[in-house]
Design a protein around this ligand. Structure first.
Ligand SMILES: Nc1ncnc2c1ncn2[C@@H]1O[C@H](COP(=O)(O)OP(=O)(O)OP(=O)(O)O)[C@@H](O)[C@H]1O
Ligand SMILES: [Mg+2]
Length: 639
């Protein structure tokens, strides 16, 4: 028999991807997935000066029972395994001596060992893989939880693909190490036990039998040195490929509209070829080194046959010993090679851990202050007091921006593109913190209130509505998952969305495609408005939220809003005249400051800059609600 617990490097069952199958992933939908799962029992050690394993330890420690059972049963299983050739030796010797009774004893023992090996082997595998998967699940939860807490500024400078790769392959690397690490240490133990037996029985024969092992080590090292860099390259290339596929799928409208399919196919083909090249290279060095590594111990067996056979003829050792030795020679190479694999996996896991910690060590910039209070029963007063802000220090966006909005007021913010209108909205919902001055809701600085209550109070509808690939109902009820169908319909009616939703095949239960692409831009915007309305915020910010909705529907929305939200503060950011004219007060934003303020009519009459901005962004002529003959408001339709 061989001692192969985990196939040797290169054999199909040593593939990392196979770990899932080995862990017994059921091929049915798991029924035990909890609707509300408990948060991970522990976290990563926050001390950044510690090594990666030490930082991971609290997580592993949380499953110390699993690990303990796994290691103890594993040691027993491997001890049994190491004892089997020794038993075989007794059997052969008993047979040669004609000792029937001894033969029976050996038979019973061997059978018992076989059963023991079966039971313990099953238990330790289950426990160790469970450990690996538990830690993986926790790590993923911790990472996702942390990602949700990270601020917008983090996402501004991070590529989503990178985060996804860390959440997948890096966590997988750690899981592999956790599942296999203890196994390898136990195999080393087995190595020591077998070695002990051999040296005890005949040191010289042991030496001869083990002579090829350094060769195994040497070739294994060479093999690893070739494969390790290649596997890194493969991983990087897989990430590249994933990015291309992702962009092709998500950007398919752009690709097709430029008839660039062939170029994209070529790009993908090249990327796939690069992966193929490295994988074939890996296969090449596998097929070159592995047979060598596997054959070397046979040399040991051959030498055992020669030297041991000679010793047996001399009567120094028994035939049984001879057989036991040759079994051990084969058995011993496994831990030897596994240790090598572990070195490689350890390196990989270490790098993976660094990348995961990099995310976990990222300090969220926008968090509740320790003394944060909830906004209770808000009135909807909004104040920007000399607010200065820039996404980076070199380019200030807002410069002592001051604006006071009374509860229930409806204010439009107008400015040329890039003037900082959306930034004002983001500061109000505290996506970023102001560099200077203060942003207040109901007189409370947004930095002194809980984010949760702030974001319940201030509802933002963005110009690019993101919908989830879920039913229309669930999309609208996103902010209030327990909302009744009647509430959802009421919100949809106010957003003038009820009509088209009713016409969908499954009405409110129709599932919108990814990001809502099965709907038109205006339909998406209306669902996004309904979503925010349902959450019933006291302060509603519509950031270009009706840009894709035609003028008459928009008017209907605003009429509905007016009725529904008699005492709701509304901030409308818009380019369109029709939208702006709905506001009681218009604020002109220029160079990060309030350049002018007044009613639409006042500004139109007195502020040439305002007229200019409107002219630049005006829709078609019918949109001219100025009533003073159109003036400089052109019909150029481009923003
Ligand atoms: N996340 C970001 N990181 C860095 N710079 C940004 C970021 N978002 C916006 N900016 C910059 O800040 C400035 C103001 O942007 P903002 O989105 O507030 O403009 P806007 O008035 O809403 O324009 P538009 O009318 O086109 O929506 C722009 O110069 C923009 O390039
Ligand atoms: Mg904007």
């Amino acid at each position: 028999m061989t001692a192969v617990d985990v196939g040797p490097i290169g054999s199909p069952d040593f593939e990392p991807d196979d770990a899932g199958a080995r862990a017994g992933t059921p091929d049915f939908e798991p029924v035990a997935v909890a609707a509300h799962y408990d948060p991970p029992p522990a976290g990563i050690d926050p001390d950044q000066t510690k090594g990666w394993m030490k930082r991971l330890w609290p997580l592993v420690r949380a499953y110390r029972r699993t690990m303990l059972i796994g290691v103890v049963t594993g040691v027993v299983a491997l001890a049994i395994q190491a004892a089997v050739p020794a038993l075989g030796r007794s059997a052969v010797d008993a047979a040669i001596e004609g000792n029937r009774q001894a033969l029976w004893i050996v038979f019973v023992l061997t059978a018992a060992f076989g059963i023991g090996r079966l039971v313990f082997g099953g238990v330790y595998r289950y426990q160790l893989f469970k450990l690996g998967w538990n830690v993986e699940t926790d790590l993923r939860a911790i990472m996702y939880e942390h990602l949700t807490r990270l601020s917008f500024s983090y996402y501004d400078r991070t590529q989503s693909g990178e985060v996804i790769s860390r959440a997948n392959s890096d966590i997988r690397s750690l899981q592999l190490l956790l599942a296999f690490g203890p196994l390898v240490s136990m195999n080393v133990l087995m190595f020591v036990m077998a070695l002990g037996f051999m040296v005890y029985v005949h040191p010289w024969l042991a030496l001869v039998a083990l002579a090829p092992l350094p060769g195994v080590y040497w070739f294994g090292l060479k093999f690893r040195n070739q494969v390790f860099p290649l596997s890194w390259v493969t991983q990087a290339r897989m990430a590249d490929l994933a990015t291309i596929v992702d962009e092709n799928v998500n950007g398919t409208r752009v690709v097709k509209s430029f008839a660039a399919e062939e170029r994209q196919i070529a790009l993908l083909g090249r990327s796939a070829q690069r992966i193929q090249w490295t994988n074939v290279e890996i296969a090449n060095s596998r097929s070159r080194w592995n047979p060598l590594i596997e054959s070397l111990p046979r040399l040991g067996t051959a030498m055992v046959v020669l030297y041991g056979g000679w010793l047996a003829i001399e009567g120094v050792v028994s035939i049984g010993t001879l057989l036991a030795f040759s079994a051990y020679v084969i058995m011993l190479q496994v831990p030897f090679r596994m240790a090598g694999f572990m070195l490689m996996q350890g390196q990989r896991a270490s790098a993976a851990a660094q990348r995961i910690y990099e995310i976990l060590d990222e300090v969220p910039e926008i968090v509740d202050s320790p003394t944060a209070v909830d906004i209770v029963d808000p009135r909807g007063q909004v104040d920007f007091e000399q607010v200065s802000f820039g996404y980076n220090p070199e380019t200030p966006v807002l410069d002592e921006f001051t604006l006071h909005i009374e509860p229930g007021e409806r204010v439009a913010i107008v400015g040329s593109t890039g003037s900082g209108k959306s930034t004002v909205a983001r500061l109000l919902d505290r996506f970023y913190d102001a560099d200077g001055g203060s942003v207040r809701v109901d007189g409370l600085d947004v930095r002194d209130v809980t984010l949760r209550s702030l974001r319940h109070t201030v509802g933002l509808v963005l110009d690019e509505p993101f919908l989830f690939s879920a039913s229309v109902h669930n999309n609208i009820a996103y902010g209030r998952p327990d909302a009744s169908r009647a509430d959802v319909i009421a919100a949809a009616e106010a957003a003038q969305a009820h009509g088209f939703i009713s016409e969908l095949t499954h009405g409110y239960d129709s599932v919108v495609g990814e990001r809502g692409y099965t709907l038109s831009g205006g339909q998406r915007q209306r669902i996004a408005i309904a979503r925010t309305l349902l959450a019933n915020p006291k302060v509603l910010v519509l950031d270009d939220a009706t840009s894709a909705i035609d003028v008459t529907v928009e008017e209907a929305i605003h009429n509905a809003l007016q009725e529904l939200m008699a005492n709701r503060t509304t901030i409308i950011i818009a380019h369109r005249l029709s939208t702006i004219s709905l506001a009681e007060r218009v604020v002109v934003l220029d160079q990060g400051r309030v350049a002018n303020m007044g009613t639409h009519a006042e500004l139109l009459a007195t502020d040439p800059h305002y007229v200019e901005i409107l002219a630049r962004h005006s829709d078609d002529g019918s949109d001219d609600v100025s009533g003073n003959g159109g003036g400089p408001v052109t019909s150029w339709n481009g923003h």
